[in-house]
Design a protein. Structure first.
Length: 117
């Protein structure tokens, strides 16, 4: 008598917050790894940056030197992780940058926000 073959269950591996924070910082060091603009239309992140008066320089500062705040969540597709990087800006409030890490190779900026709103 043969045993029925079972399909293996794939359990997504959730990265530790500290590891994902380090990955985001490293990827953000090269701006070509970060996408927040589109050629044909304005992205949500672009419109929020303009509306909230948050500059590209501020966004990169948060990504490169900020800290991960909150939980790491799975993205829409396999290999994607969503997290928020936050940093207190000099003389200003905290800025949050909601980031999608794609296969530990690229960053997609979903939105930017002031943390106290």
């Amino acid at each position: 008598m043969t045993k029925p073959t079972q399909t293996p269950v794939v359990v997504p591996f959730k990265p530790r917050a500290s590891d994902l924070e380090r990955t985001i910082r490293e990827l953000a060091m090269n701006s070509s790894n970060v996408r927040w603009r589109a050629i044909t239309h304005e992205t949500h992140a672009e419109s929020r940056m303009e509306w909230r008066d948050i500059t590209d320089r501020m966004m990169f500062d948060v990504l490169r030197t900020g800290y991960l705040k909150g939980d790491v969540e799975p993205g829409r597709c396999p290999g994607e992780w969503k997290a928020k990087m936050v940093k207190q800006m000099k003389g200003k409030r905290e800025v949050g940058v909601v980031t999608i890490v794609i296969r530990h190779q690229r960053l997609f900026i979903k939105t930017v926000e002031w943390e106290d709103l």
